[in-house]
Design a protein around this ligand. Structure first.
Ligand code: F1P
Length: 344
């Protein structure tokens, strides 16, 4: 099968257009959302989801906390459901933001039910299928049908729901400047995909590599987790995510000439993060640096660091896709995986 016949490939390439629709949908609900956020008087926010949407929760919580100065955590839905006491403080006014592509993942539905019974606060849901269960559960429900997917591995659903979470944080924080920054992302993502697809494909097809490490810190840790999951799901390869400086504390012992280390480099801590990658090169690994300026893949977005994070995603997704094809696999249907996990 040619790459452009794969659904996953089409879904990856469609992201800029779907991002435009995502941002327009939030703008259309802006007044409702602002009054919901301001009337809630929340003391804390918990984002939740499973698999990809759990990783999204990690990244979204990190961004919201930085922009709002409001304590925020990302947790797997199963933890909220089975371990509510260690997940949130029932007496604190909490906003639960539940995220799910399908809107049908059992653990996420159960987490919302249990929060309703035990917690103090409201639920906001983000999902992609209008007729699903999750959007009937929240106090406010945002559904992004343009981000629906045929493939099992999430690509545009993840990036669009993640973009939605950043747009919500920008709205809540009253930062108009960030909203207009966000509107530039689709155009920049189109250019990036066009400019860097050949380089990324070349790396993905490189038979030297049998292990992949994705490094990211702050909100980029959740993105590193998601891109590592893409590599596993699509290409059935060994892949792990780490916070940048954590990689020195043991994991680097796995670096060999067959390791590709993908760095999701920030601007604010460029020096420390770049030094980790240099060290890994010196001990025999190969590196791919992705970031705003002067990297192998450079965004040149000129945007705020909190805003340009979605740009890391299409590049990493294309790498996983190319590696899957090079191994003769079908990235559209990963081994042993269902699009939705429904508990019996
Ligand atoms: C969550 C999820 C997916 C994963 C897998 C099983 O689904 O964990 O991220 O790829 O196919 O389900 P959802 O709740 O976001 O629909």
């Amino acid at each position: 099968m040619r790459s452009d016949e794969n659904l996953t490939y089409q879904e990856i390439l469609s992201q800029p257009e779907v991002w435009r629709e995502t941002l327009a949908l939030i703008q259309g609900r802006a007044a409702d959302l602002i009054s919901f956020f301001t009337s809630g008087k929340y003391e804390t926010v918990v984002f939740t989801g499973c698999g990809s949407t759990y990783y999204l929760s990690l990244a979204a919580a990190s961004t919201l906390q930085s922009l709002m100065n409001l304590s925020s955590r990302g947790l797997p839905s199963s933890e909220l459901w089975l371990y509510p006491d260690s997940s949130y403080v029932p007496s604190k006014q909490t906003l639960l933001i539940a995220v799910s592509r399908s809107g049908e993942t059992s653990e996420t539905l159960y987490a919302c039910e249990s929060f309703r019974k035990k917690g103090k606060g409201e639920i906001l849901t983000l999902s992609c299928y209008p007729g699903a269960t999750l959007p009937t559960i929240g106090d406010i429900n945002l559904v992004f049908p343009a981000a629906r997917e045929e493939s099992v591995a999430q690509t545009r659903a993840f990036s669009s729901l993640y973009l939605a979470s950043i747009s919500l944080a920008a709205l809540w924080s009253g930062r108009e400047d960030l909203q207009s920054n966000l509107a530039q992302l689709p155009r920049i993502a189109s250019r990036l995909i066009e400019d860097f697809n050949p380089l990324v494909r070349h790396l993905g097809e490189d038979k030297r590599f049998d292990r992949y490490y994705f490094l990211g810190s702050g909100p980029r840790y959740g993105l590193a987790c998601e891109l590592s999951l893409k590599m596993k799901e699509m290409s059935l390869s060994h892949s792990e995510p780490f916070h940048f400086l954590e990689f020195r504390h043991g994991p680097k012992s796995m670096v060999t000439p067959s390791a590709l280390i993908v760095g999701l480099i920030s601007q604010s801590n460029y020096g420390q993060e770049h030094a980790v990658l240099k060290e890994m090169e010196a001990i025999g690994g190969s590196v791919l640096e992705i970031g705003e300026e002067g990297r192998d893949v450079a965004f040149h977005s000129g945007l705020d660091e909190q805003i340009y994070n979605p740009l890391y995603l299409p590049v990493g997704q294309l790498l996983a896709f190319a590696h899957s094809k090079a191994k003769g696999l079908n990235p559209d249907s990963p081994n042993n995986l269902d699009a939705v996990v429904r508990l019996p």
